[in-house]
Ligand binder design. Sequence first.
Ligand SMILES: Cc1ncc(COP(=O)(O)O)c(C=O)c1O
Length: 358
Amino acid sequence: MSTLWSDHIASLVPYVPGEQARIPNLLKLNTNENPYGPSPKAIEAMRAALSDDMRLYPDYQAQGLRGTIARRFGLTPGQVFLGNGSDEILAHVFNAFFLRGGRPLWLPDVTYSFYKTYCRLYDVPHRLIPLDEEFVLRAGDYTRPADPEPAGIIFANPNAPTGRALSLDEIAAIARAHPDSAVVVDEAYVDFGAESAAALIGECPNILVIHTLSKSRSLAGLRVGYALGQADLIAGLTRVKDSFNSYPLDRVALAGAQAAIEDEAWFDRTRRAVIEAREQLARDLGDLGFDVLPSQANFVFARHPGRDAAAIAASLRETGILVRHFRSPRIDQHLRITVGTPEQCARLCAALRALPPA
Ligand SMILES: Cc1ncc(COP(=O)(O)O)c(C=O)c1O
């Protein structure tokens, strides 16, 4: 703490990412990274980008990458926004859409915890809406009229850390119920089994969909995310970006992201492998006595009725396996476990089997 800090900095509670430990024989199942590497074509494109051209600024409009993403979703480049990871896009979203005359942002009580961090950073008034006892987001809680109407609504779909997903009909109903609110659907995990609300953009002008290359494209280290929405929403984000940093994506990231998105075969093979491993892991954890929520993501959310979650995480850590435990209300007896390769999942289950009796 320093007397030189701006007034609001002292009261910030920054987001704490999952541990990036340096321990021998590490198995990292704590930050939902993809166990398979990125597309070899993406690596090749990044190598090629490391040329004398690095002395030049990148295209601040990123026309090549935006065009590629637009084509994939049947949109126009003006309906695509890029950011340095989806976290950066989320920060711009909070700034661009959720500060409207004191109207609250609505969000689930259990969801990606960075949303609350951005609420504090930008001083966004908000209302937490509890998920039901099974951690399901009840669409009906979000379709009721309210006075004041929310400035916006944000949730992850599939939700994190629960892995549970809403249907497109439910998302459309929420968006239609609040036409004067930005409805932001964070689809960081959508490629592992949910349907993308990108299909709703034509009919719902208030929907903004956010994707990341960190999960299904195995490029967490590259920091690339994108948002999809009607052109006036994208223009709002662009105004914020261009008032902050006109060049959030460097030349290497632009090249790697474009090649990764173009490599549909690699994308499909690796995400299918993760989905298969997830189903097996859920069955194996069930056999070990865990209650496992149905997941559409690249992680499972599980609790053991007879064991303390923090103690399990600590014991696993001693064997070199990291899983995520949140000391948060309602979920402090759960673990969020990233799906690894079948071999990695087998190692996790063997370590759980070998735990000393509770
Ligand atoms: C729901 C959700 N949204 C966004 C992100 C951030 O992703 P990125 O790596 O693109 O910043 C994460 C990362 O774990 C996430 O879980």
